[in-house]
Design a protein. Sequence first.
Length: 314
Amino acid sequence: MSKKFEFPPELDFIRAGRLPQKVSNTSMDGKICVITGTTSGVGYQAAIRLAKAGAKIVTIVRNKAKAEKLCDEICAFSACKPDYYIADFANLTEVRKATEAILANYPHIDVLVNNAGVHMTTRQLTVDGYETAFAVNHLASFLITGLLLKRIVESAPSRIIQVNSEGHRFNGLKIDDLNWEKRKYGGYGGYGASKTAQLMTVWELNDLLQGKAVTINAMHPGAVKSNIGHNNGVLYNLFSKFLIQPTLKKPEISGEAIYYLASSPEMEGVSGKFFNLTNEEIPAPHALNRELGKQIFQRSKELVQLDKEDIYEV
């Protein structure tokens, strides 16, 4: 009898990517879902899908006009009016202000989906002095999660979903060179560093949330069309439009996957996992380095100025 072929752990994403997707039809009536980056692509589809299931959408976005358009679209089919807060995710002061406004207005939060992200082709620093991809993809979501964590625990059972990426496999994370001052910057490495850091902090948060009826998971949203990277200029956008985008799938599959992770009874109590859409997958080995993860967690608290607060003492 021939032995069944099994992918090695390093290639588990190939196996997971071939599996059929799981679905949910669970009502989200009465649930409050905070989602970032909802004006296009994955975040937009997630907001629409969750709203169609009855959830109240509370979103943090950069563009007011696009936010109002999304709200109008949701109001056309839902009696549950969405709310939005404006913040540039490359500006942690704005991110903190928007998140604190949500805390002031919502005594209950059932689901947090950190979706907003960016891909950079050149090294650029934010107003806070951090490499942009690391700041937007990791530090902003880390700050939002930290500020909302107690409220989410108080609202248990509740769920946190980090929209991560297979891009974490590019790695690039160096604890002593988060701003790429000692190395030549590369877009894949910068993106990989940010997603690796985000993934590592999922394991740390999962440990902190044990026994709290709050789950936290990360997911790859699939190879779908989105506006990520559109900030990189004309040449990049032409390359993306004619060579990359035609090979990608529709982002609706990502919206359905996020809805499944946020609503399905099958996900109750499932935490500290990485999913390829709706199927569990083994992350890259470097992302499972718990010693480095603890260092990244502590350093992230310092960078977003949560190290002197009791945010994570839940």
